[in-house]
Design a protein around this ligand. Structure first.
Ligand SMILES: CC(C)(COP(=O)(O)OP(=O)(O)OC[C@H]1O[C@@H](n2cnc3c(N)ncnc32)[C@H](O)[C@@H]1OP(=O)(O)O)[C@@H](O)C(=O)NCCC(=O)NCCS
Length: 108
């Protein structure tokens, strides 16, 4: 068996929301576009969804840098979310379904 996995990502969809549950890349493979490629792959087929959501620790600078670079923005804060007492940021990336929902509402 070969051991050539560079990274992985996991999402869960519920209604028009896609939750990004996990994304991780081997340390030696980071900053070479692996997570960006994984995210692009996870976004395939989500055109009907309105947003992708995730939680990330305020202490996780690399993940925060990644999410901001990939069009996520902070929409909420969850204090004392992690076992070490640190807070989580809830981040959101709007997806194409959000525009369709808005324009449908505007014409009602
Ligand atoms: C966060 C993580 C998944 C990013 O993976 P990656 O493959 O290195 O990301 P990419 O190479 O696709 O980076 C794309 C862009 O994100 C930003 N970025 C990525 N890592 C960054 C870092 N450490 N600091 C600041 N910005 C960063 C950059 O803008 C980067 O573009 P650039 O390299 O051209 O400057 C990776 O660091 C990781 O596995 N961390 C540990 C697991 C983890 O914390 N997962 C998230 C849990 S919420």
């Amino acid at each position: 068996m070969t051991d050539d996995l560079s990274g992985y990502g996991v999402t869960m969809s519920a209604g028009d929301i896609v939750d990004l549950l996990r994304i991780g890349v081997r340390p030696e493979a980071r900053r070479s576009g692996v997570a960006s490629a994984l995210l692009d792959e996870l976004l395939v087929g989500t055109d009907d969804a309105s947003r992708m959501l995730l939680e990330v620790s305020v202490t996780n600078a690399s993940a925060l840098g990644f999410y901001v670079a990939r069009q996520f923005s902070v929409i909420d804060v969850r204090p004392h979310y992690y076992r070490d007492g640190s807070e989580a940021l809830v981040m959101c990336r709007w997806l194409p379904g959000a525009a369709r929902t808005q324009s449908a509402t505007a014409h009602d």
